[in-house]
Design a protein. Structure first.
Length: 410
């Protein structure tokens, strides 16, 4: 039989995309670290990169199996536990991608989601408890959503909702889980005053790494090298650029300082918002999605910041991931085009209202499930092993008390 070289080309692209998403964890680490105090720099970095150690092992043991096996509507089975049935030449059903390449790609998705959540609890969350939390969260929350939305037996998949690259599965779940974490942890003793935002150039570096890696995050989700792949790359670029421009204009009209922090946050908002529809919409629609998400998030953040003393979502995980992910998931039902991607029906922009209804149902239920399930997990952990460090350790910084080293000598 002739060799189908497209399998190797597609598998190599997906594997390369997996490494780009892996890079995003380090980008997130730098991004978050630049926004906290210097005495908590290493702790913040470690919470982002430790997921690359813990989560792939969970994924190998049961995670992949719970998402992509079995016939359950909400969660898969243990049929593929420890990946024992997977052979080196196996191909993902309905694709021309080697299963091992797909497994690695999905493992990186699972790894970055809890890293995003960590931003809501920096400077006061016990590292030991965090390790236990991310394992429970991946198994109970992430795997449930991923199976429901992406597996052919999942209820959301069969309901007819779409999430191209994890806007709902990754960002809505992480954003609303981050809100739950902030509420259970309570505000920092030092508030967001102290010596926060200790290294903004580091934040910008991390932001750049995130944008770079996001091309793999979105375009790798095509699982092939095709025109849709290039469409996803283009949409990831233009939606993000539009979100940044819209944010700067808002600052100008409102007479507010045009800060580099605001620019970087708007960049993340644009990236998150286009993720659910990166391979479903035209470039013009991608620009509209970036602008809409940026404008609505800008207004929300102004009011949300008034609650900072009550809900200390330290690094704005909810407003930079949960909200634009939520908006992006719904906007699939508005801007999706069957002409761009024949695998999806068109949205209301082209006269079809049913897709918007389905996107709203799945996005709302996913957000509610993520928040409630995470809240319950955290309350149980708080009642048993505790989730917050001692007050003296919090005020003195977690780098030394939790890890025995510090980022800076001065």
């Amino acid at each position: 039989m002739p060799v189908d070289y497209s399998i190797f080309a597609n598998s190599l692209w997906v594997a390369l995309s997996a490494t780009l998403v892996l890079l995003m964890n380090f980008g997130l680490a730098f991004f978050y670290t630049g926004l906290v105090s210097g005495r908590n720099a290493l702790n913040t970095i470690k919470m982002s990169i430790i997921t690359l150690g813990v989560i792939p092992i969970v994924w190998w043991a049961i995670g992949y199996s719970l998402v992509f096996s079995g016939s359950g509507k909400f969660l898969g089975s243990f049929d593929l536990a420890f990946l024992l049935p997977i052979k080196i030449n196996d191909v993902v059903s309905g694709t021309k991608v080697l299963t091992l390449s797909f497994i690695c790609f999905q493992a990186m998705f699972a790894s970055i989601a809890p890293a995003i959540i960590s931003g809501s609890g920096v400077e006061r969350l016990k590292f030991r408890t965090y390790l236990i939390f991310i394992v429970l969260w991946i198994v109970l929350v992430y795997c449930t959503l991923a199976h429901s939305v992406w597996d052919s037996h999942g209820w959301a998949f069969n309901f007819g909702a779409f999430d191209f690259a994890g806007g709902v599965v990754v960002h809505v779940s992480a954003g609303f889980s981050g809100l739950a974490l902030a509420m259970v942890l309570k505000p920092r003793k030092s508030g967001d005053r102290g010596d926060g935002k200790h290294n903004l150039p580091l934040m910008v570096l991390g932001c750049g790494m995130l944008w770079f890696g996001w091309f793999g995050f979105n375009a790798g989700s095509t699982l092939e090298i095709s025109p849709i792949t290039i469409q996803a790359i283009a949409n990831t670029l233009f939606a993000t650029s539009a979100a940044m421009v819209a944010w700067v204009l808002c600052d100008s009209f409102a007479g507010r300082a045009r800060t580099v922090t605001g620019i970087c946050n708007s960049l993340i908002i644009g990236l998150v918002a286009i993720t659910p529809s990166a391979g479903y919409v035209s470039i013009s629609s991608a620009i509209a999605i970036g602008v809409i998400a940026s404008l609505l998030s800008y207004v929300l953040i102004i009011y949300y910041n008034r609650l900072k003393h009550k809900v200390d979502d330290s690094l704005d995980v909810f407003t930079c991931h949960g909200v634009p992910g939520f908006l992006g998931g719904i906007m699939v039902g508005v801007f999706a085009s069957h002409d761009v991607n024949p695998a999806i029906p068109s949205g209301i922009l082209y006269g079809n209202w049913s897709l918007l209804y389905k996107q709203c149902v799945v996005t709302i239920l996913s957000a509610a499930f993520s928040f409630v399930a995470t809240y319950i997990i955290l309350v149980i952990l708080n009642k048993t092993i505790g989730i917050r460090v001692r007050e003296e350790d919090e005020l003195g910084g977690l780098d030394m008390s939790e890890h025995g080293e510090k980022a800076y000598n001065s």
